[in-house]
Design a protein. Structure first.
Length: 333
C-alpha cells in the first residue's frame, strides 16, 4: 500500500468517525431538547394558573370599590379571556416542537411534516406573543389605576417574560447548550416569580370573598390544571428512562457510552429543575384548592437513577466526560 493510499484511507476513517460522533451528539441534543421542552411546557401551564389566580384576586379587590370597581373587574375579565387564545397558539407550537425532536430522534418519517408544521406555527406564536404584550400592558395599566397591587403587576410581567422565553427559542433545529440554558433560566426565574406572587395574593382572600364564577375559574383552570401538571411531570420522569434505554441499546441502540453518560447527567438536571418548580407550584396549588374546597395532593418527583444502565456499559456515574480527545460534554443544567 502506498503512503498516499494509506493517508487517504486514514482520512476517510477519520471522517467516518467524526460523522458517527456528530450523529451521536445530535441524538444527545434531540433527546435533551425533547425532554426540556416537555418539562418547561408544564412550567408554563403553572404560570398560566398563576396568572388566572391573580385575575380572580384582582377582580375580587376591584369589586369592593363600587361601580367603577365593578367596571374595572369586567375589563380585567375581558383581558384574560383575550389571553387564552394566545396561550393556546404558543402551546400548540411548543407541542409540535417537542414532537419534532422526538420524531427526529427516532428517525420517524413524520419528522418532515412536523418540521413543516412548526415552520408555519412559529410566526403565529410570535404574533400571539405580541398580542400578549399588548394585553399585559393593558392589565398593568388597569391595576395601576385601581388596586395598585405590586404583586399582581409582578405576576403579569413575569408571566409574559416566561412565554417570551419559550417563543424566542422556537426553532426547527435542536437548541444548543447555550440556548437551552437561556430558555431554561428565563422560564425558571420568571415562573417562580409569577407563582410565588400569585400564591401571596391567594392568601389575601377568603373563600367567601370570591364570586361563584371566579371559584369556577380557579377550580377548572388552576386546581384541575394542577392535577394535569402533576401527572405530566411524573410521565416525563418515566419517559426519561424510556429514552435512555432506547438510546443506550436496551431497545435497539443509538449512542455510545460516553455520550450516554453525559446525557444521563443532563436528564437528571432537568429532573432537578422540575423538582424546584414543583416545590413552588405545589403549595400554591394547595392554597388555591383551599379557596374552592378542593384538596390538592402534591406528588414527589424522584430524580431518575441511571446507575444500572450505565453499569451495564461499565461506565461511572454521570458528569463531565470526554466524547473526543480534548472535547468534553458537560450537561447544561
Amino acid at each position: 500500500m502506498s503512503r498516499r493510499t494509506f493517508i487517504r484511507g486514514l482520512a476517510a476513517l477519520l471522517l467516518l468517525g467524526a460523522a458517527v460522533v456528530a450523529a451521536q451528539m445530535a441524538l444527545d441534543a434531540l433527546a435533551l431538547n425533547e425532554t426540556s421542552v416537555a418539562a418547561e411546557s408544564q412550567e408554563l401551564q403553572g404560570v398560566q394558573g398563576a396568572d388566572e389566580t391573580t385575575m380572580v384576586v384582582q377582580k375580587t379587590k376591584m369589586r369592593k370599590s363600587g361601580t367603577e370597581g365593578k367596571k374595572a373587574s369586567a375589563t380585567m375579565d375581558e383581558i384574560h379571556k383575550n389571553k387564552l387564545p394566545q396561550y393556546r397558539t404558543i402551546n400548540g407550537a411548543l407541542e409540535i416542537q417537542k414532537k419534532l425532536y422526538s420524531a427526529q430522534r427516532e428517525n420517524s418519517p413524520q419528522a418532515k411534516s412536523l418540521a413543516a408544521s412548526l415552520k408555519q406555527e412559529i410566526p403565529k406564536a410570535r404574533e400571539a406573543l405580541k398580542t400578549l404584550r399588548s394585553l399585559t400592558d393593558q392589565e398593568v395599566a388597569l391595576i395601576n389605576s385601581t388596586t395598585r397591587d405590586a404583586k399582581a403587576i409582578k405576576v403579569a410581567e413575569s408571566s409574559y417574560a416566561s412565554w417570551k422565553s419559550a417563543v424566542d427559542h422556537l426553532k426547527e433545529a435542536p437548541l444548543t447548550d447555550g440556548e437551552l440554558k437561556a430558555r431554561n433560566s428565563g422560564i425558571r426565574a420568571n415562573s417562580e416569580a409569577a407563582v410565588s406572587n400569585a400564591h401571596d395574593q391567594a392568601r389575601e382572600v377568603k373563600p367567601d370573598d370570591l364570586a361563584p364564577e371566579d371559584k369556577g375559574v380557579l377550580k377548572t383552570n388552576v386546581v384541575a390544571g394542577a392535577a394535569d401538571i402533576f401527572s405530566n411531570l411524573q410521565n416525563i420522569i418515566s419517559d426519561m428512562q424510556t429514552i435512555m434505554n432506547a438510546l443506550g441499546g436496551v431497545k435497539g441502540g443509538g449512542i455510545d457510552i460516553n455520550a450516554l453518560q453525559g446525557l444521563s447527567g443532563a436528564m437528571q438536571g432537568v429532573a432537578r429543575n422540575m423538582q424546584g418548580f414543583l416545590g413552588v407550584y405545589g403549595p400554591f396549588a394547595q392554597t388555591v384548592g383551599g379557596l374552592v374546597g378542593e384538596k390538592v395532593l402534591v406528588p414527589s418527583l424522584p430524580v431518575p437513577d441511571f446507575t444500572n444502565l450505565l453499569k451495564s456499559f461499565g461506565v461511572p456515574a454521570p458528569g463531565t466526560i470526554e466524547v473526543l480527545p480534548g472535547i468534553k460534554f458537560k450537561p447544561p443544567f
